[in-house]
Design a protein around this ligand. Structure first.
Ligand code: ADP
Length: 745
């Protein structure tokens, strides 16, 4: 009779295959979550080679041993391509090494190759144990006690090419590196009117090429899944680039994925593209192959978050389904999910097979909806000129504006909305300086080139303000809308913008034009907007915070200090919690939870214990409105007063740097998606007989529109934040990961 396997008492974690930024964060999460669940945790060095070699390469892990690695790129465990693990003998040795230390649960962080190898290892596990018993290398009881291997995988791969997860660990960081490089190329290329061909990684998957193309505003993109339709595709590319020059574009950037090919399956190399541009088009063309730069550098805020939540979930999976079918832990539509590992690997391979068989349509479909949408989007954005308007179609007059605080990603959103609108035959207007501009009639038409270069620009070119119109102001707004015969309004902004949009509809009895369709697109670094899990700008703000806190931590380690870092957020603790997770803060204070004196007492004593045990730095992140009395200054004073000389405390208020800088790739991509969907919605409403107004956003990872009249029902009565904030469920995880008392974070 088969007995149900027991809950494992230990697990081993390894990284394998190509390295990816965020692998360290994943290892740290697995180790800390494992220890928190009372498991004995081992870290395996040099991937499967470490499993095969055993001995010193499989080390018992402590919480402190994975301190100070969260911000490091690559993998501190090392990774290797291991030939021996491809042989049954090698895998048998690996099984022996694990069983001997009592481990029968394995967490593997790697690409599809590594996960295939790990799955094979699991399938053969019983046979290996049988052989080992027969050869006398392990005894029968040992084999019996560990008769099943629990295997959980996470995908570490910069290509973002795996099924079972919307994002792989490392892909977002790679996009950061590519976008930074292309942004840098932009300035030099436009000074000289040059063309640049940029080769990015992606043998079977055009994700990096496509998304960096969107994020950096490339002028042509070549990916494996969707080869150019024409035989002489070079001619179409050259025509598009020529057209761009003729309307004054100063630079041309073509992104080529490593695995790009024509429709006959012949590779399209970056060098070929370069020679076409240089010899046939006559452009001064340079080729940049980004190579390993794409793998390097500190992980982005998103990769640290992703790896942390996946690692935590992987341990839960080990505990809850011991010995079950191998699972892959991934992120789907903003939810952590587990799926049968081998199915994911097979599906992933199937896309590569479709590409090899030149069945591009199926390959594109298998990549999923947003991939296809993104491809269509880039085809519009690279056009030098819009399609000619259809004479039979009504030409709408649509206005775009901001309101609320500036948020990185506003410019890319306006760029896309303007171009999508014009391309669909409508007339687009920009309103300057938020509702103040709408009152003053500061409205101007925007043409195709008016948004040139806005894809990567931070701030808000149109200007924004927190101004909230009152009384007579609504009459002025009505006048402006009437004067310009505006048929619909796209408000890209935050809290103030949502409130005013709602109030406009409340004044429509007096001024019927205020009943025009309005779409609100969430752009607010605080991520405090109802109707969306994510607002544009929050990712950039998080990356700003994380890179500054990384520096603060270095200074703290050097001097044995505790830092109290205050981040923005007004009444919403999103930035505090997420930056706490991404930087390894020991304690995060949020306005949603408040701060009590008892909390502060407990926290200062745990800091004291930690520093007594040799801890070298402390990090506490507090949201600006976490508590009206116990603010960062107070906490600093209190901690220092109570530290008994064990540590000194410094306060750091990060301030407006959080709002600044060029938008992160994720914010640019999100802005693109949001803006194109919002504008389409606005057009549909403006053309309908009974138009409605709405605010849009991501709900369970899908774009949804909520009727504007719902706004007051979805927000807290006395605080600037939505009632529903799903990210708050991460609080327990942040507590486990912060792990007070650890010698280094
Ligand atoms: P990635 O995991 O990034 O796809 P590789 O394909 O190079 O990287 O695989 C990494 C390691 O995983 C290989 O060196 C090998 O040890 C192991 N591996 C890959 N495929 C298999 C397989 N089919 N059987 C056994 N081990 C494998």
């Amino acid at each position: 009779m088969l007995r149900t396997p027991q809950r494992p008492t230990s697990l081993a974690v390894l990284t394998s295959g190509g390295d990816a930024a965020g692998m360290n964060a994943a290892v740290r999460a697995v180790v800390r979550a494992g220890l928190d669940a009372n498991l004995t945790v081992y870290t395996v060095f040099e991937g499967f080679q470490g499993l095969v070699d055993g001995g010193e390469r499989i080390k018992r892990a402590t919480s402190a041993a994975v301190g100070g690695i969260l911000h490091q790129g690559g993998t501190v465990l090392g990774t290797a391509r291991c030939q021996e693990f491809r042989t049954p003998e090698g895998r048998r040795r690996a099984a022996k090494n694990l069983v001997e230390i009592g481990v029968d649960a394995l967490v593997v962080i790697g690409g599809d190759g590594s996960l295939t190898g790990a799955n094979l290892f699991k399938e053969e596990w019983r046979d290996h144990l049988k052989d080992l018993v027969e050869s006398g290398e392990i005894d029968k009881e040992m084999a019996e006690a560990h008769r099943r291997l629990t295997l959980v995988g996470m995908v570490g791969s910069i290509d973002n090419d795996m099924f079972g997860t919307d994002m792989t660990i490392g892909a977002d960081t790679a996009l950061h590196r590519i976008t930074e490089a292309i942004d840098a190329i932009h300035s030099t290329a436009s000074s000289h009117q040059r063309a640049f061909v940029v080769e990015v990684m992606g043998r079977n998957c055009g994700y990096l090429a496509l998304m960096s193309g969107i994020a950096a505003g490339a002028n042509w993109v070549l990916i494996p899944e969707n080869p150019p339709e024409e035989d002489d595709w070079e001619e179409s590319m050259m025509n598009a680039l020529r057209d761009g020059r003729s309307i004054g574009r100063r630079l041309n950037i073509v992104i080529v994925a490593e695995g790009a090919q024509d429709k006959y399956g012949n590779p399209i190399t970056a060098d070929h593209v370069r020679s076409v541009l240089a010899d046939r088009l006559g452009e001064d063309t340079r080729l940049t192959s980004l190579g390993h730069v794409q793998r390097g550098g500190a992980p982005s805020a998103f990769d640290r978050y992703l790896s942390t939540v996946l690692g935590y979930a992987a341990v839960e999976q080990v505990i809850t389904s011991p010995g079950g079918e191998a699972q892959l832990i991934g992120l789907k539509e903003h939810q952590i999910i587990s799926s049968p590992l081998m199915e994911c690997v097979e599906q992933t391979r199937a896309v590569a097979d479709r590409i090899a068989e030149r069945d591009y349509e199926t390959a594109m479909e298998m990549r999923g909806g947003s991939f296809g949408d993104s491809f269509r989007m880039i085809k519009t954005m690279v056009r030098a000129k819009p399609h000619a308007p259809d004479p039979d179609q009504r030409r709408l007059r649509l206005a775009i504006m901001h309101a609320g605080a500036p948020s990185p990603g506003m410019n890319p959103a306006v760029r896309v909305a303007v171009r999508v609108g014009i391309d669909k035959g409508h007339i687009m207007f920009g309103v300057r300086n938020g509702f103040r501009g709408l009152e003053a009639g500061d409205v101007h038409e925007m043409d195709w080139m008016s948004v040139n270069g806005w894809a990567s620009r931070g701030g808000a070119e149109l200007g924004t303000s927190r101004h909230r119109p009152r009384g007579e102001h609504f009459a002025q707004i009505a006048q402006t809308l009437e004067k310009h015969q505006i048929d619909g309004l796209l408000m890209i902004g935050g809290w103030a913008g949502y409130n005013v949009a709602y109030e406009m509809s409340q004044h429509s009895d007096q001024y019927p034009i205020l009943n025009l369709p309005i779409v609100c697109l969430p752009a607010a670094i605080n991520n405090d907007i109802p109707g969306s899990e994510l607002a544009i700008g929050a990712d950039t703000a998080l990356n700003n915070i994380v890179s500054d806190v990384d520096k603060i931590k270095q200074s703290a380690v050097a001097s044995g200090r505790c830092f109290v870092v205050e981040v923005m957020g007004r009444d919403c603790g999103y930035l505090a919690l997420m930056s706490g997770l991404a930087t390894g803060a020991e304690r995060v204070y949020l306005p949603e939870e408040g701060i009590s004196l008892a909390d502060l007492e407990a926290d200062v004593s745990s800091l004291k214990v930690g520093f007594k045990l040799g801890k070298r730095l402390g990090l506490v992140i507090t949201s600006e409105h976490a508590d009206p009395v116990y603010n960062s200054g107070f906490i600093k004073q209190l901690f220092e007063r109570e530290s008994e000389g064990l540590f000194s405390v410094r306060q750091s208020i990060l301030g407006h740097i959080q709002q600044g800088g060029d938008p992160s790739p994720f914010d640019r991509i999100q802005a693109t998606r949001f803006a194109s969907k919002s504008l389409q919605y606005l057009i549909d409403q403006a053309l309908s007989d009974s138009p409605t107004s709405a605010f849009m956003g991501l709900q369970h990872g899908k774009i949804r529109f909520t009727d504007l009249s719902e706004f007051p029902n979805l927000i807290e009565a006395d605080a600037h934040r939505p009632k529903d904030q799903s990210w708050l469920s991460l609080m327990p995880l942040a507590k486990v990961m912060g792990s007070p008392g650890v010698s280094a974070l």
